[in-house]
Design a protein around this ligand. Structure first.
Ligand SMILES: [Fe+2]
Length: 344
């Protein structure tokens, strides 16, 4: 027979064990994200996720290539559960580096259109960005514009602006041209566009728009959300640039405008796998999808389903339905084509 005192000790021990167990659960309710995205608005989304699920989100921010290298170096001991970056080209690069694993989730498969995720579940798009033609409202009528291919026409001599070919957005655009028109046409195109440039490639997407507003060139290749960032900038000079440029979605009568994603994948050595999948589901789900267009001016995965007045003001458009995995597969061909075209 146990004494009252022995029962008391036993109950105390049990209570202690329960506390330790609960502390263990509380400690595991977290997810570690290595992110290339640098938007404050993303932090608000993570906070909302934590509020809804109790799962704490720890973020490490750095460039995509640095994060990929870091995960490779950390290997099995990597604390990273999710890698987030912009551009399918980089997501495929991470997949090829062997640092991602399949995330099996019917919710992800349903929420992310098939062409905006890896077939085998190694990465998923969260937001869509269109690489469009940004034109001077003073000097260009939308009817002067038509396709990416048309930018190769000599009528554009000295009038085009684009950033360097080392930029992944341009590499993915050229990869889409290789996929649609073939390698030799893509080299010819890049070479002709390079010859039509108003100045050698330099600066960021926003700098190309600034150059259009300053009259250096008439048409720039840039991503739509940068227009949103200029429109909503706290700097009046940026807002002035935004007021002088228009957004044109090329190739509407054909394959549609080139689009890309920002997205993420489950890291191969994730220790918080189910929490990580929950976060991927959240970022591709309705609550996050309705936020991206109004905070970072990116399109949601269902492109036309946005309520954002700014995004709607650019007009509805048809997106190229090419599987974005192709952009990664053709990345090295695109880099070679740019070199052959002498597009620095
Ligand atoms: Fe960007």
């Amino acid at each position: 027979m146990k004494s009252v005192r022995q029962y008391f000790i036993l109950i105390t021990k049990l209570a202690f064990c329960t506390l330790v167990f609960q502390a263990g659960i509380a400690k595991s309710a977290e997810v570690n994200v290595y992110s290339h995205r640098h938007y404050e608005a993303d932090d608000a989304l993570y906070a909302k996720f934590t509020k809804e699920t109790g799962i704490k989100v720890n973020i490490v921010k750095a460039s995509a290539d640095a994060l990929i290298e870091r995960i490779k170096a950390e290997g099995e001991s990597s604390p990273a559960d999710i890698l987030i970056t912009a551009d399918a080209g980089r997501l495929v690069r991470a997949q090829s580096a062997g640092i991602l694993q399949k995330a099996e989730s019917k919710i992800l498969d349903k929420q992310v259109p098939a062409n905006m995720r890896d077939d085998s579940g190694h990465w998923f798009g969260f937001t869509v960005r269109a690489r469009v033609l940004i034109y001077s409202k003073e000097r260009i009528k939308p009817s002067d514009l038509s396709t990416y291919e048309d930018l190769a026409d000599p009528k554009w001599k000295g009038r085009l602006l684009a950033r360097s070919s080392s930029n992944i957005y341009n590499q993915s655009l050229l990869a889409s041209i290789i996929a649609n028109n073939g390698k030799s046409e893509a080299i010819k195109w890049a070479s002709a566009v390079r010859k039509n440039m108003a100045r050698p490639p330099e600066g960021s997407d926003r700098d190309q728009m600034r150059a259009v507003a300053a009259g250096i060139g008439d048409v720039a290749i840039a991503n739509t959300y940068y227009v949103g960032l200029l429109v909503n900038s706290s700097n009046p000079k940026d807002r002035e640039v935004a007021s002088k440029v228009g957004v044109y979605f090329p190739n509407q009568k054909g394959r549609g405008t080139h689009v890309n994603v920002s997205g993420g994948g489950l890291v191969k050595w994730s220790k918080n796998k189910s929490n990580a999948i929950k976060l991927l589901e959240f970022l591709t789900g309705p609550a996050a999808q309705e936020k991206f267009p109004v905070t970072t001016y990116e399109f949601p995965l269902q492109i036309s389903s946005t309520d954002s007045d700014l995004l709607k003001s650019w007009g509805k458009f048809k997106a190229d339905a090419l599987s974005l995995s192709k952009l990664g597969e053709l990345n090295s061909e695109a880099v070679k084509a740019f070199a052959l075209a002498n597009w620095k």
